[in-house]
Design a protein around this ligand. Sequence first.
Ligand code: LAC
Length: 228
Amino acid sequence: MAITTCIFDAYGTLFDVSAAARQAAQEPQFPHLIDNWATLANHWRLKQLQYTWLRAITGAHTDFWQVTQDGLDWAMEATGLSGDPQLRQRLLDLYWQLQAYEEVPNMLRRLKEASMNTAILSNGSPDMLSGAVQSAALSGVLDDVLSVESVGVFKPDSRVYDLVGARFACQPQEVLFVSSNGWDAAGASGYGFETAWVNRASEPVDRLPWTPQHILSDLTSIPDLINS
Ligand code: LAC
């Protein structure tokens, strides 16, 4: 079945989640971040994701903004930075204006020129996603931004992936789902989407019952993948 609909994860896939800590480390008021911004960013991301999985399997949903703050608080304590409320606030502010990876605007434009449906499907809350999309000027090349908040559970719960068929009236086999998160690409494969895992960091494939059909180093070739 031909692909009609191209769906993207947001954080880590279209938007660079390390950008907040990297940018704060360049600001003169946070000199202590220069040596450990990457460790902080890594802890922040991992805890944020762990909290989404734990909340999903225990039925204790809260929105992604809350788990983003909870993950940051854990990461700041782990890196000895919890006594710096100004840094905490700056990192949270920067999370609303993350940079998109450089190939993203052109790649989405090519998909729209090929008459693909394009959308984000993300754990992010609607207001966070709207901030990121506006800040990266992507609204003209996306048909929609779908948030887990409309079903009240995080990925990889199948109710999240159901949102795509409900919005675009398509079968799972008509969807190419693109994520930089190995577990998300795996979950979407299990659901029945064709999937592409964007493996920027050359990580090993997740040992799960499902594997992505495509493994890419960045997003540039997505339009070619659909045409092939
Ligand atoms: C998202 C997270 C998983 O955007 O990156 O859904």
